[in-house]
Design a protein around this ligand. Sequence first.
Ligand code: PMP
Length: 406
Amino acid sequence: MSAPPSTTSTLPLAARAAGLVGSVIDSSTSLLATRTHDIVRFAMGSPAPEAIPTQTLAEVGRETIGAGAADAFDYAATEGDPALREALLGALAGTGDATTAERLTITSGGMQGLDLACKLFVDPGDLVAVESPTYTNGSGTALSYQARLLEVPVDGEGMVVEELRSLGERHGRPKAIYTVPTFQNPSGATMSEQRRGQLLELAREWGSVVVDDDPYGLLRFAGEDVLTLHQLADGDPLVFSVRTFSKIIAPGLRVGWVDADPSLQPVLISAKQAMDTCTNLPMQRLVAGFLRGGHLAEHLATQRERYRLRKEAMQEALGEHFADLARWTDPEGGFFLWVTLEEPVDTQALFEVALDEGVAFIPGNAFSPEGRFPHALRLCFASTAPERIHEGVRRLRVAVDRVRAG
Ligand code: PMP
């Protein structure tokens, strides 16, 4: 499986457009939609269908965007609808993401937050440090602004800051450092508090911006909370935090937020006005109603327990079918774990065979701009029930054995 090919257009394209790289992850949604046989889907990072609070959203929706609510279908203020801004500030109070009105901009999902970060900080040719493996769509956004990327290894404690320092010393100081610090996509690793402190110290020394992309932090099902980069920065303008409701309520809402230094607010608003004027108002009102009704805390508690059971099912299934052939991570929250095959099985080649056997995943090289990790793969445990997880991992082993047999 691969990202869409680059264009064959003969029109006078900008260099930026000619160099665009698509997302292997997003392309898997279209690809899988064309396959009609039974497939266990470990590919996309979507919440479980049964985790979408459709009943509550329907009730809230009747009040907020139902008959007579024409005002909910107008344009909204670019910084976000006041109802959502207020409800969100209330919902975040007491969490690691607590913030204030002058730091907050509502966005069209987390991806728009990443796009805004790059639009503000990345000129063509600038260096941006990314984790290795990294969230492809984040590195892809930086590439779409013609950044040059530095891949910084990740271990069980997140980005290896000492490696970042030595890469910066050899290649130049990165203008921005992109990290998914908690339950990282794709590895599941959480950056330790010590590493977070070191990262902020280095960014301060270099004058770099830290793009802190943390969509999964509220989905911890084991272990202890770690202070967020936003908390540790304690008002230092260098942290630009990107958040989304995609994983904690539903991705189709396309509602997220940016928490950034108040001095950036005017330029953030100007940049967003040049993109989409405002975030979809009906969905902002729906989310505001959900938060105002106090539904988020209970919803999160239910989802954490659901995802804990699924993560355990996947660990068990991997233990049963892959103990002789692979090692894998054991995340304390979020959606993903990362499997490394110890025999050199090419997971790109494995993808089609696995689909044929009825299981989908994302190949490891999709998470590295340089195509590292050819023998690794990302599995999403969140969207599949435990019994199906066992079946999917069993099918994956059958597919691996088919590839090994040549
Ligand atoms: N960052 C990370 C690390 C993600 O995993 C995702 C979603 N897969 C996003 C950003 C994008 O979020 P959204 O769907 O809200 O645009």
